[in-house]
Design a protein around this ligand. Structure first.
Ligand SMILES: Cc1cc2nc3c(=O)[nH]c(=O)nc-3n(C[C@H](O)[C@H](O)[C@H](O)COP(=O)(O)OP(=O)(O)OC[C@H]3O[C@@H](n4cnc5c(N)ncnc54)[C@H](O)[C@@H]3O)c2cc1C
Length: 624
């Protein structure tokens, strides 16, 4: 066997998969059509944002690389949604794209057990229901015990700008042609999806006069739990905000027939939550203007990314559209906007480990699974990498449940429900989002990363110490009573908080909306000096105690249903189950009762029938 694991693709999924496998000691080969596509960001120059920031933090907690890489290469960092509750606080960092890719390539090139090679995989060898090798366009065959496909937006890709269609991958890179056919020959169902990107504009041709400026946070928050604000402090580059105008909308409406999305040239399912500007003008016709962010692509480039203006209109129309926007009146376009259509698989044929249900050792991760976004791809890559190693070593796969992480929500949604359009993570998808905050990803997942063998012992112990410090401080604070002194009431009055006439628990005061644990230091003489991260946790856990406990109860119920495993070979032609449920369950073969309950077309009544049937089966087996 040439390698233990072969990863096809050097995108955000491929990088995490290859690093995880190699760091767990497996001899790993990463193959990519172009090594210049390693961790390439073909679209927005940012990592994180609402719910995507949660994914990056979870990747870091589990021992992945994305968080550390963006901390080294960001040019602006901002915590979003701070006016709302901590469940939706989300970190977002503008990346220096070129540096991000270069740094990730450097990490790959210097990782033990890992080889990278430029080659296009054109075929897979499957013997006896298991994948055993890949074949490249050079006709070279590489043997392996497991293969992880992370081919992103390249499979049979075609790029569309008005009437101009090119058979290439992103940024004019060579597309992947033969592999789709190879997957088809293995009976793997392919879907056709579409996404798009805006034009890039030369910074020198933009008039920033009068545009709103968006600065980064004075004290940046690191994505990686291994970094402190001091570790990552640097000069930041601002973004700017402008808006489309009725003139913009008019030009677009006039030329809608020349947009492949509206001329019918594009067949792929579009991204509902990253709509093109054509879609926005059509779908939200009542809106007078749409917000546009002007984002730097890096420190050493004049190329600016025009967020919110993704399009596939013809180049001549694009220029008129962009020049109708305030600040861009004399803009010079360096790269036209375009749409890309590509093949991906129906992830409903995968297990929660991301291994294919019918082909042993064949894993899929990233955009190929129907997701959209660097963060979603990286999360899947990490899990697939760890699980390919576990599969080879006969170990149980690492499964993150929906109540444990956004990674669990992402993979469970893709695998249990499948998707008919590019799937983008959102906080609204996570039913336990108050528990799955970006600030506690390490407390939730570090232990799983350690047990998987990818998080070093020292890092794990640091988190356990943090956990203990938090618990100790919460216990201490719970024992503190604030007496109704003049000082206390002066403090409260200064914060428009109701005065006290009797002693009150410190933890009660913390729950008042106008107060928090940090402020109350003044009335809490015995407070020990604590690290910032511990203080943050103590404040959130005490302030939202009631909500958190309620959600923990719900999550316990959920975990119970998830723990009821369903045999992989169960025949669901069970009396009492409705026909639709029988068909759906036999197709999906869910891993747990919980997963069964999330399949569209399986009703709560069907789940009760199934529970009774399973209980009878268990009793019969136990001879009861
Ligand atoms: C034009 C465009 C617009 C986008 N817009 C958005 C957006 O608005 N919002 C959003 O969230 N995401 C967007 N994305 C998606 C985002 O780029 C992807 O989600 C992310 O890059 C997916 O990562 P990945 O690792 O799955 O694949 P990719 O980053 O696409 O990497 C795939 C890798 O596989 C390699 N490869 C492919 N086929 C083969 C083969 N046969 N043999 C060897 N190597 C192969 C390629 O060389 C590459 O290294 C956009 C992408 C593009 C191209």
């Amino acid at each position: 066997m040439d390698y233990d694991i072969i990863v096809i693709g050097g995108g955000h999924a491929g990088c995490e998969a290859a690093l995880a496998a190699a760091r767990l000691g497996s001899k790993t080969l990463l193959l990519a059509i172009s090594l210049d596509s390693i961790a390439m960001m073909p679209c927005n120059p940012s990592i994180g944002g609402t719910s995507k920031g949660h994914l990056v933090r979870e990747i870091d907690a589990l021992g992945g690389e994305m968080g550390r890489n963006i901390d080294k290469t960001y040019i602006q960092s901002k915590m979003l949604n701070t006016a709302k509750g901590p469940a939706v606080y989300s970190l977002r960092a503008q990346a220096d794209k070129a540096r991000y890719s270069r740094e990730m390539k450097r990490i790959l090139e210097n990782t033990d057990n890992l080889h990278i090679r430029q080659a296009e995989v054109t075929d897979l060898t499957v013997t006896g229901g298991a994948v055993t090798a890949v074949v490249t366009d050079m006709g070279i065959q590489y043997q392996a015990g497991a293969v992880i496909i992370c081919t992103g937006t390249y499979l049979n890709a075609r790029c569309l700008t008005g009437e101009r269609i090119t058979l290439t991958g992103p940024n004019g890179m060579k597309r992947s042609e033969a592999l789709s056919d190879a997957l088809g020959r293995l009976g793997i169902k392919l879907l056709r999806f579409k996404t798009g990107t805006p034009a890039r504009i030369d910074r020198r041709s933009i008039n920033f006069e009068g545009l709103d400026i968006q600065e980064g946070d004075a004290e940046p928050t690191p994505f990686s739990f291994s970094n402190s604000a001091e570790d990552i402090g640097r000069q930041q580059i601002p973004c700017h905000i402008t808006y489309t105008s009725s003139g913009t909308h008019g030009i677009i409406k006039e030329n809608l027939h020349r947009s492949p999305m509206y001329s019918g040239a594009i067949k792929g399912a579009p991204t509902r939550y990253c709509p093109s500007i054509e879609d926005k003008v059509e779908r939200f016709a009542d809106k007078e203007r749409h917000q546009v962010f002007i984002e730097p692509e890096g420190e050493d480039t004049n190329e600016m990314y025009i967020q919110g203006m993704s399009s596939s209109l013809p180049a001549d129309v694009q220029l008129r559209v962009y020049r109708s926007i305030k600040g861009l009146e004399n803009c010079h376009i360096t790269r036209d906007a375009y749409a890309i259509e590509y093949d991906c698989i129906d992830a409903a044929f995968l297990k929660l480990s991301l291994e294919h249900k019918d082909i042993k050792g064949l894993f899929f991760a990233g955009q190929i699974n129907g997701s959209s976004g660097y963060e979603e791809a990286a999360a899947q890559g990490l899990i697939a990498g760890i699980n390919a190693v576990n599969m080879l070593r006969g170990k149980e796969p690492l499964i993150i449940r929906r109540d444990e992480g956004y990674i669990g929500v992402l993979i469970d949604d893709l695998v249990t429900k499948g998707t008919k359009e590019p799937y983008r993570m959102m906080t609204s998808r996570a039913e336990y989002r108050l528990l799955l905050r970006q600030d506690n990803a390490d407390l939730r997942l570090r232990e799983k990363g350690y047990q998987a063998g990818i998080v070093p012992h020292g890092t794990y112990m640091e988190t356990e110490k943090k956990r203990k410090d938090i618990a100790d401080e919460i216990t201490r604070a719970a024992g503190v009573t604030v007496p109704p002194t003049e000082k206390a009431n002066a403090f409260l009055a200064a914060r428009n908080s109701t005065p006290i006439s009797t002693g009150i628990k410190l933890t009660e005061l913390i729950k008042r909306p106008e107060l928090n644990y940090t402020d109350l230091k003044e009335l809490d003489g015995g407070r020990p000096a604590l690290p910032k991260a511990v203080i943050e946790q103590v404040n959130i856990q005490l302030k939202y105690e009631g909500y958190i406990q309620r959600q923990m109860k719900q999550a316990e119920q959920f975990a119970k249903m998830e723990s009821l495993r369903l045999p992989e070979d169960l025949d669901y032609n069970i009396e009492g189950l409705r026909l639709e449920a029988r068909q759906k369950l036999n197709d999906a073969r869910p891993g747990s009762l919980g997963a069964a309950s999330r399949i569209t077309g399986v009703s709560p009544a069907d789940i009760s029938v199934l529970m009774i049937y399973l209980e009878r089966r268990r009793r019969a087996k136990d001879g009861e």
